[in-house]
Design a protein around this ligand. Structure first.
Ligand SMILES: [Cu+2]
Length: 256
């Protein structure tokens, strides 16, 4: 016979599970009575200059213009960092997540992902374009969503994909090792991408206290807690610096 304690225990566990499932879902409300969040992400220290990429394959298509790395773009004017994904990590309700009016695209023209990073709502269609007349092979390194690795031959000018779960996904082309980009799948509308001066804005946020996350592909992740008030603008600047490299442990000849 089960004790009362045991029954209470299991009812409690089920209750927690139901609550956890419900609290994860994002709820759209008509009037957010919102405020806004804006700020600038700046780099601490002297940023390294983008490196010139050695194009050693399909040169007649891929090598028509010089290409430079995009994994750390810092403004010379104000040290603002471009392509930082700023998002609220703990928002449960707010304005609706609307589908883009025009279908979002990821172009591979000239063997280069354009845009380098893009935010896309869950379930929205993304068209992957190949106007190059050569084969690209698009490969997503995802965990929450099924990863795909699809050849896109020269005759296949367009592929359509969707993503079901929120995640920041690295994208590469297995045919051209310098091609790299990111797809940011968003489950709510409170995401922004910093521009070339490092500035960003997130609007119509319901009043409350939130955790704001700043993610950069090479600088990593930082967070800060902010408070949003109705009709007001919350300033949320942040400085990011390079991650400290882990010390290399010398291997003994046996381990090599
Ligand atoms: Cu390619």
């Amino acid at each position: 016979m089960r004790s009362n304690f045991s029954k209470t225990f299991w009812v409690g566990i089920v209750g927690i599970m139901v609550f956890a499932t419900q609290s994860r879902a994002y709820e759209a409300v008509e009037d957010t009575k919102g405020g806004s969040i804006s700020g600038t992400v700046t780099f601490v220290g002297s940023p390294p200059a983008p490196q010139k990429i050695n194009i050693d394959k399909d040169v007649e298509i891929c090598g028509t213009h010089e290409k430079f790395t995009e994994y750390l773009l810092v403004s010379k004017k104000n040290k603002g960092i471009q392509n930082v994904v700023v998002s609220i990590t703990n928002i449960e309700k707010g304005k609706a997540l609307v589908m883009p009016e025009e279908t979002l695209q990821l172009n591979q023209k000239g063997c280069w992902f354009n845009p380098h990073i893009q935010i896309i709502p869950v379930e929205a269609t993304l068209e992957i374009l190949n106007p190059d007349g050569i084969m690209h092979n698009i490969h997503t390194l995802s965990i929450e969503n099924p990863s795909f690795n699809k050849a896109q031959p020269k005759f296949k000018k367009k592929m359509k994909v969707t993503f079901e779960f929120a995640e920041i996904i690295k994208v590469k082309c297995d045919a051209h090792n310098w091609m790299g980009g990111w797809i940011v799948v968003a489950e709510h509308p409170y995401y922004a991408l910093s521009d070339e001066t490092g500035s960003f804005a997130i609007k119509d946020v319901p009043p409350g206290e939130y955790t704001l996350e700043y993610w950069h592909e090479t600088l990593g992740k930082q967070t800060q807690v902010i408070t949003v008030k109705a009709g007001a603008e919350t300033q949320a600047d942040i400085a990011m610096k390079p991650k400290v490299k882990e010390k290399k442990i010398k291997k003994t000849p046996e381990e090599k």
